[in-house]
Design a protein around this ligand. Sequence first.
Ligand code: SAM
Length: 283
Amino acid sequence: MTDEQERAQPSGVWATAVGVARGRALESERENALFRDPLARAFAAAGGLWPSSPPLPDDEAARRRRLAVTFSIVIRTKFLDDLLQQASASGVRQIVLLGAGMDSRAFRMDWPEGTRLFEVDTAAPLDFKASVLRQERAVARCERIAVAVDLREDWPRTLTAAGHDPTMPTVWIAEGLLIYLPGDAVDLLLARISAQSAAGSRMGLTLGSRGAIERFGADAVPGSAASMGVSEMPDAPVGWLAGHGWEASCHTLRERAAAYGRPISTPPQHEEGPGGLISAVRR
Ligand SMILES: C[S@@+](CC[C@H](N)C(=O)[O-])C[C@H]1O[C@@H](n2cnc3c(N)ncnc32)[C@H](O)[C@@H]1O
């Protein structure tokens, strides 16, 4: 059987990762793209989301919600690309993508010699990803290590067994992940990240903005369903991270979008709290 015939189709929470890839594929086709992700289209196609998504309610409000979600994916991708480049330039050579999904940074970004990049997710999306990577004959530009584990379990042990060295600085990325974990699991995840973070470690997080779920509906997150138990961001992310030993800065989508030359033209419809794009350095 070919990879294509054997490949399990996206389901449950990891289907969201293929929806995210579709958003990146759309951005990659723009002339003035903020990044180019050549594999994104193959992931979306393998998951049945390219060239178009399955029929969705096409009322104006639903269409606007989908556009807003895609836009937020593009801005956060650029934000974290920049964060990773800066961390790399500062000498960090270990990267851990938590809930990596169809993230293709190992393949599409330039990495200094000696960089090790760990992709942590559950087995099903990693298997799907591996089959698409084989089909595309993709070659990683750094040492890439896929680690199949559920982040609600004792993942640090599995990560260390896969070669992560907690005595060396790490950049941790949790992009589009925390929203799917219950609040106590998020706190435990952060405690575990902190315990594995040598001085000089960094972190990039995206948090679901308060009210986003009511405004967009959980179904606006590509591929997800309201039943997934999405959670919301902490009220005071800087203090929350400080409590775990991190010095954090918060950015809003609106502010980053303007900085990247993609200003949001509509005025805020509600008061915007501290941002959902977080960068942090281990104290
Ligand atoms: C919206 S996707 C984002 C994927 C990727 N970070 C990106 O931005 O392209 C969320 C990812 O988190 C993963 N995830 C959710 N809960 C998880 C858990 N408990 N353990 C491991 N991975 C999980 C899903 O499988 C999925 O790949």
